[in-house]
Design a protein around this ligand. Structure first.
Ligand code: TRP
Length: 334
């Protein structure tokens, strides 16, 4: 077996990426790019599992690519492409639909959350979403998958599928069992209005999140209005952990300033939250505004973004076709 490490990750084309995407995924992608071969895929087929307006979907795919590049992903180094352009994803997903078990999918908590109370009305695609995700990863025989903690269960399913395929078709080690890369210090970036929820594009209030395209003024206002705490900043982690809103702000400060939590607490303990908020707004503006500017600049040159996807697609297709040839053979397809 080839022991080379290969990173694969997928990002849904939601458009309007925010600080949670930036700290939780994009920055991590950029640092992995320095160490390993990486494939970053905009998963437009996954997006179809809930209805998308076709024009919005197109724009959101391009905006996601712009956000990748603006954050520092290098299209000459990493493979950047959109899922639907490499038809192998859909083909392997079908094969995996036949390897994966109904009982396995029935355990997926994300389906239960997303389908809500009326499961009969969810698309079939939403139900088999994790099989497509396994296909994304295994089509390239990727070994490492940077994901948020919420995707851990899907990744375990990918491993189960890989293992069952290897067993069923008598080809031990054919598919690697992909490992999740869940970055330790990026505990989740939470909503600025309710720190029990993840920062999310779908929360109604725009004050709940810092968007990568926000102006300095907006960042300032949002941080000033963020929920915190009436007492002063605690001097130890244990007490901080009891205050989710304060914890969230300190955690974001720690991530952006690259100082660990203990160091930040030393700097901040006993101070008012307004002190933290001023500093936080300042460093966020320094970090986010250039990224936002770059996204906007890239979005004004759509042909360039399309070109990046095209080049990435060509490179991805070569690996995918080579692997698919072997997969078809193993399964007995002529
Ligand atoms: N399900 C992932 C998410 O919502 C996106 C995704 C699709 C993905 N395919 C993938 C992530 C493959 C990692 C690897 O975040």
């Amino acid at each position: 077996m080839n022991n080379k490490k290969l990173v694969f990750s997928g990002v849904q084309p939601t458009g309007n990426l925010h600080l949670g995407n930036y700290l939780g995924a994009l920055k991590n992608f950029v640092s992995l790019q320095k160490e390993m071969d990486c494939i970053y895929c905009v998963v437009d087929l996954h997006a179809l599992t809930v209805f998308q307006k076709p024009n919005d979907l197109q724009n959101n795919v391009l905006e996601t690519v712009a956000s990748f590049v603006a954050t520092g992903l290098d299209p000459n180094k990493s493979i950047i492409f959109n899922q639907s352009a490499v038809s192998g994803h859909a083909e392997l997903a079908w094969i995996f639909n036949c390897v994966s078990r109904v009982g396995w999918l029935n355990r997926m908590t994300q389906f239960k959350d997303k389908a809500g109370s009326d499961k009969e009305k969810a698309s079939v695609g939403l139900y088999i979403y994790p099989n497509l995700m396994a296909a994304d990863i295994l089509l390239y025989k990727a070994t490492h998958v940077p994901v948020g903690a919420d995707q851990k269960q899907h990744l375990e399913l990918s491993r189960d599928i890989a293992q069952k395929f290897n067993n069923d078709f008598n080809c031990k080690n054919f598919f690697p069992l992909p490992e999740p890369l869940i970055s330790k210090n990026i505990s989740r970036v939470m909503s600025l209005r309710d720190a029990t929820k993840k920062m999310s594009k779908s929360e109604e209030s725009d004050y709940s999140r810092i968007n990568l395209k926000d102006s300095a003024d907006e960042i300032n206002k949002k941080i000033k209005k963020a929920k915190s705490d009436s007492s002063s900043i605690p001097d130890n982690l244990k007490n901080l952990e009891k205050k989710p809103e304060a914890y969230n702000l300190i955690n974001i400060y720690s991530e952006i300033s690259k100082k660990n939590l203990d160091k930040v607490l030393k700097e901040m303990s006993g101070k008012e939250y307004s002190f933290l908020k001023n500093k936080l707004a300042e460093i966020l503006i320094d970090e986010i505004i250039p990224v936002g500017k770059e996204i906007k600049k890239l979005l004004s040159d759509k042909p360039y973004l399309v070109q990046i996807l095209k080049k990435g697609t060509e490179k991805a297709n070569i690996i995918a076709e080579e692997n698919l040839k072997n997969i078809r053979e193993k399964v007995g397809l002529i």
